[in-house]
Design a protein around this ligand. Structure first.
Ligand SMILES: Nc1ncnc2c1ncn2[C@@H]1O[C@H](COP(=O)(O)OP(=O)(O)OP(=O)(O)O)[C@@H](O)[C@H]1O
Length: 267
């Protein structure tokens, strides 16, 4: 299932145009990372792709079928595409975890039993089953982030859009989130994430979308993050493995520590 934006424009009355006729394609099985400076429009793009923001121009489509911003069209879209906001406090609004994660499935019209099954499955996938009875306001930030993702996962979407899922997490929290994401992918969910962590983007992603000046460029992560002109224009930083490879004159572009170790061990 391919989620696409074509010729998409979006903005806000008080800000003007944020995205100017951009095109993005999120193919099933790809790990797409969304990169760009603060305020470049990543969240706006994710909002448009999820149906939460109505674009001022262009089309969002799934397998070529355009998203209709009618009640029925949006409900249909949300069964397949779910967005998790950066701040879990913008997403969690029920008193306890089970209630919160069951909100979406119950809203879909599923029975109490079906909704319970979805909650058990989602909490398990996110590794937070032990939190099922906890009050949402008592959770740590990292726990809240994973519970917020569980709420989206309970809708069993094909595409999960995560806005900075690792931001604000300690190293263990990042590891837990990435492990949970890998479990979701093994379950057939295609995950796209916005991040400011260029090293993570290189190590994790297979495709990148860089947002800059209202436009986007999409391509293999190492191609885009290995392009110094684009990196400077987008106010990013070259990931350390690419920086190292450039300084040592390597033709191969390592994605992380393991690749670097292997390349250093070459005869
Ligand atoms: N509801 C809104 N009303 C007015 N302007 C907005 C609104 N939401 C976002 N903006 C503005 O639109 C621009 C793009 O914001 P957006 O949140 O999409 O950027 P971002 O790339 O996700 O930023 P960050 O990396 O800081 O999260 C910014 O200038 C922001 O101030």
């Amino acid at each position: 299932m391919t989620l696409q934006a074509e010729g998409l424009s979006a903005g806000y009355p008080s800000r003007g145009t944020v995205l100017d006729e951009v095109s993005v394609s999120l193919t099933a099985g790809e790990r797409t990372v969304l990169l760009g400076a603060n305020g470049s429009g990543k969240t706006t793009l994710l909002g448009c792709l999820s149906g939460a923001i109505v674009p001022t121009g262009g089309v969002v489509s799934i397998d070529g079928v355009p998203l209709q911003h009618s009640r029925h069209g949006l409900s249909d879209h949300r069964r397949r595409v779910q967005l998790v906001l950066q701040d879990p406090d913008d997403q969690l609004f029920s008193a306890d975890v089970t209630q919160d994660v069951s909100f979406g499935p119950l809203n879909l019209g599923l029975s109490e039993d079906e909704a319970r099954d979805r909650v058990v499955e989602a909490l398990d996938l996110l590794g937070v089953s032990h939190l099922s009875e906890r009050a949402t306001h008592q959770l740590s930030y990292g726990e809240k982030k994973r519970v917020a993702v569980a709420g989206a996962v309970a809708m069993r979407p094909s595409h999960l859009l995560l806005d900075e899922p690792t931001a604000g997490l300690d190293p263990d929290g990042v590891e837990d989130m990435l492990t949970a994401i890998a479990r979701l992918e093994a379950h057939g969910t295609t995950v796209t994430m916005a991040t400011h962590d260029v090293d993570l983007a290189l190590a994790w992603g297979t495709s990148a979308v860089v947002v800059t000046g209202g436009r986007t460029r999409q391509g293999p992560v190492a191609d885009l993050l290995g392009d110094p002109v684009l990196v400077a224009a987008a106010h990013l930083r070259t990931p350390w493995p690419l920086e190292l490879a450039a300084r040592l004159g390597w033709a191969e572009r390592p994605r992380g520590l393991e690749d670097v170790t292997r390349l250093l061990a070459r005869p």
